[in-house]
Design a protein around this ligand. Sequence first.
Ligand SMILES: NC(=O)c1ccc[n+]([C@@H]2O[C@H](COP(=O)([O-])OP(=O)(O)OC[C@H]3O[C@@H](n4cnc5c(N)ncnc54)[C@H](OP(=O)(O)O)[C@@H]3O)[C@@H](O)[C@H]2O)c1
Length: 310
Amino acid sequence: MFGKKKPIPQIDKEQLQLIENAQRRIKQKKRLYFHFVIFLIGAIFLIILNTVLGVGEMTKIFGIDWFVFAILAWLFLFVFHLFNVFITHKFMGKDWEEAQLTKLVAKQKARIESLQAEVEKMHPVTTPSVTASPVTAPVTPEKKTKVHKNLTLIVAAGENDAIGKDNKLIWHLSDDLKRFKTLTSDHCIIMGRKTFETFPKPLPNRTHIVITRQPNYSVPDGVIVVHNLEDALDAARNDVQPFIIGGGEIYRQAMPYADKIELTRVHENFVADTFFPKIDTSEWVETENKFHQKDDKHPHSFSFITYQRR
Ligand SMILES: NC(=O)c1ccc[n+]([C@@H]2O[C@H](COP(=O)([O-])OP(=O)(O)OC[C@H]3O[C@@H](n4cnc5c(N)ncnc54)[C@H](OP(=O)(O)O)[C@@H]3O)[C@@H](O)[C@H]2O)c1
């Protein structure tokens, strides 16, 4: 159902900044060059003014003609200009500021990571054993609070949990697509960057929230880009039923937060490179199941199955 998204031409922000910096440097050096030429002409003019035209012939400081001091003062200004362009701007200019900022951010990140590691060490998250009795292995309060009410995973998966191959869906089932549209319309749909790129354009009447690690990922107007699942859930907080629409990576990460699964189980095994995580029936209970026969429009039989978290 999804074609290839056309690449959006763009100049990388970093490249743009490099070009602007280079242009600024060229201007600074040009101004320095003009200053040097004017200084040379000015110095010759001052010498002619004094020695040839006799202006201030009698004015001497410590027995030295005034033009010598005038030229020295100008030379001092020129050297100051030179210093500014080649030393100050080079070492304390925009590039330098950015390098300092990057270092500072990296330091803060390292500090946050080490604090997180300390917290995890002090409060390790324990996974309850499946074989243990409910009394000895209750669902931890932490796990409970993680679940978002009505957060729904919606997926079509083969009997072997296959969901995609070569960044494409494996089948075309028109009634499944209709159901997807009915259920997700007017809601937030949260997806990984790869799934988003399978759409030729954003789907109508839905708020797209795309998760990527790329800092400057470009999207059409109205599409929300976030850099982790927590931010995606936060962006969808005002929706009564946000949907996680895939793909494999995002289903895996979102499953512990989800409250509901709308699964279309396609009754066949498929060769695939992307899979839906196993549905653990100790955590999930089937609440609806509707079988759909194979027909002209549907090359495989399938069932619409709803699971609720226990
Ligand atoms: N059958 C179905 O119902 C169904 C539904 C949806 C998709 N699919 C299929 O699934 C396949 C795509 O799934 P996939 O697992 O390859 O990719 P995906 O989950 O759609 O996207 C993976 C991308 O999401 C971003 N991402 C993942 N975790 C992240 C995190 N914690 N923080 C920030 N960014 C994160 C990364 O993007 P960056 O690389 O940009 O950082 C990563 O490469 C396709 O074949 C598609 O057709 C099937």
